[in-house]
Write a protein that binds this ligand. Structure first.
Ligand code: ADP
Length: 506
């Protein structure tokens, strides 16, 4: 059956050579959904049927005897209300008991004289008919003294030679009219064999119907449950082999639909990551190759052509080497941060001063204007090198994407025990729908690879990772055409930490 395939090891596609594929671990074969549901249903059905048989057949005798005895007692109570009035009504009440309960009815006075006698028309005389007047008299007195009715039973063979139990019930009554009477009832309390036979036939039918229903229901329910799971499982197998162009059918029960939705989301994310990886590989190899080509070209020119060994040409080689170093460092930083291998060296350091020093690096860029609006010098507890890398990355971006005014404005504000550093440029800005994505690694708003303008797509991802490690907050606001403001916040150190101040090393 198809469902039984579930839970087995991953089937390898035909084109994967067996020696290269990871050997699936030997797993204990688990039962399929159909078998599990079938077993569950079977256990439930067996329990219900067992209870039914136990109650209906095994416990029939005690139940029947109990109910019949209760009815006999009730009949005696009813009859006792007729003792005073109309004799005809009394006779009819007694006849009613005879026909309803198949009970023999005797009523005698306290001295044992019979006043009413109605017998079930059977060949054998009931035991109560064999009592003498004296015995009835004694019975009345015994009940009177004990203060409770008399109940006994005996066993005998009926006309079919079956062993049956017969109950005798005697009750002494004093009527409101002042009469003292003994009511005697005698009846079989064993269920007739026809009842047992009927029940047995009925239960056999019920058992057959329930077993058939159980199998059919288990089959349909398990098919309904397992079909979508089987289809999800088949798609998931393809996912394991990097085939992301698939769709998990969102059918079946709520849990299965949610599973399919989650897997669809995971497949989309995997596809994105995969295309980003490919894009990065292309970009990085392009980024690595271009400066290398330049370095090689300029070096060869300087070697081969007299007079080309100029400071300008050497500067090109130095610039391209710096670009390469940046790229390799960025990749290393990010891979360390993302692998969780980066450790923070926290110390209390002067943030404001450190930013000023970072900005000094850009003084060579004569055509750019840098402003830093900071009213006071503040201390924070953080990793000085990593925080200056954050500032460096944000300022580099502001320079890369600055507008015609070539101005980068930094500001330091304090609010609720936190210091906020913001970096503003008046460049092209970032579209609203891209504001979330730019923090992802390798993401570039302008997908076209413009090496001259933009870097590696790693800068903001490094910023995010560093600030996450510090538990800091960060964000960006931007208006396309007007510019962007990137900011981050760190908790301020209390002033007493001044003593431990360290200067950041560049
Ligand atoms: P990159 O090295 O490409 O700058 P980042 O991770 O630093 O990589 O930035 C990701 C993307 O975010 C950039 O490619 C750019 O599209 C956008 N971006 C970052 N900073 C700015 C900014 N100041 N102005 C406009 N766009 C920006």
């Amino acid at each position: 059956m198809k469902q039984e395939n579930m839970g087995e090891g991953l089937a390898l596609p035909e084109n994967v050579p067996p020696q290269k594929a990871a050997k699936p671990k030997r797993r204990k074969k688990t039962a399929g959904i159909l078998r599990q549901i079938l077993l569950g249903f079977a256990a439930f059905t067996l329990l219900i049927l067992g209870l039914l048989w136990a109650f209906q057949i095994l416990l029939l005798n005690p139940f029947y005897e109990y109910v019949k005895t209760q009815e006999i007692k009730k009949a005696a109570d009813t009859l006792s209300t007729y003792l005073d009035g109309d004799p005809q009504a009394r006779i009819e009440a007694a006849l009613q008991i005879v026909s309803d309960l198949r009970a023999n009815v005797y009523i005698s006075t306290e001295t044992g004289e019979i006043v009413l006698r109605n017998l079930v028309n059977e060949y054998r005389p009931p035991q109560i008919a064999l009592l003498t007047q004296t015995e009835r008299f004694q019975l009345f007195n015994q009940i009177h003294v004990n203060g409770r009715p008399y109940l006994t039973s005996y066993e005998m063979r009926d006309s079919y030679q079956n062993l049956v139990t017969v109950a005798i019930y005697a009750k002494a009554v004093q009527t409101p009219g002042g009469l003292n009477r003994l009511i005697l009832l005698e009846s079989e309390i064993t269920p007739p064999s026809t009842i047992k036979d009927t029940l047995r036939v009925q239960l056999t039918w019920v058992t057959a119907v329930m077993v058939t229903l159980c199998i059919a229901l288990a089959f349909f329910i398990s098919r309904g449950i397992s079909r979508p799971i089987v289809s999800i499982n088949n798609s998931a197998k393809r996912l394991a082999f990097s085939r992301y162009d698939l769709h998990f059918a969102e059918k079946g029960s709520r849990e299965v639909r949610e599973l399919a939705q989650t897997l669809n989301y995971a497949a989309r994310q995997l596809a994105n990551a995969d295309s980003l990886r490919k894009e990065l590989l292309a970009n990085v190899s392009h980024d690595l190759r271009t400066p290398l080509t330049m370095i090689k070209g300029y070096s060869e020119v300087m070697r081969d052509l007299p007079g080309e060994n100029t400071p300008d040409n050497v500067q090109v080689i130095i610039d391209e080497t710096a670009r390469l170093t940046d790229l390799v460092n960025g990749l290393l930083d990010l891979s360390k941060l993302e692998a969780g291998a980066a450790t923070l060296h926290i110390s209390t350091f002067p943030l404001t001063q450190s930013i000023r020093e970072t900005l000094k690096r850009y003084e060579k860029l004569a055509d750019f204007t840098f402003t830093f609006d900071a009213r006071e010098d503040l201390l924070v507890s953080a990793d000085p090198l990593k925080i200056s890398q954050v500032v460096y990355n944000l300022v580099s971006n502001a320079i890369n994407y600055a507008g015609a005014d070539k101005t980068v404005a930094l500001a330091q504000t304090v609010q609720a025990g936190k210091v906020r550093i913001s970096v503003t440029d008046h460049g092209e800005g970032i579209p609203q729908d891209k504001l979330q994505d730019i923090w992802e690694r390798y993401y570039k708003v302008d997908r076209e690879h413009k090496r001259a303008q933009v870097g590696t797509g790693l800068g903001l991802s490094i910023v995010r990772n560093i600030l996450d490690l510090h538990g800091g907050t960060y964000g960006v606001s931007s208006q396309p055409g007007k510019g962007s403001t990137f900011w981050f916040e760190l908790p301020l150190s209390p002033p007493q930490d001044n003593a431990q101040t360290e200067n950041p090393k560049e």
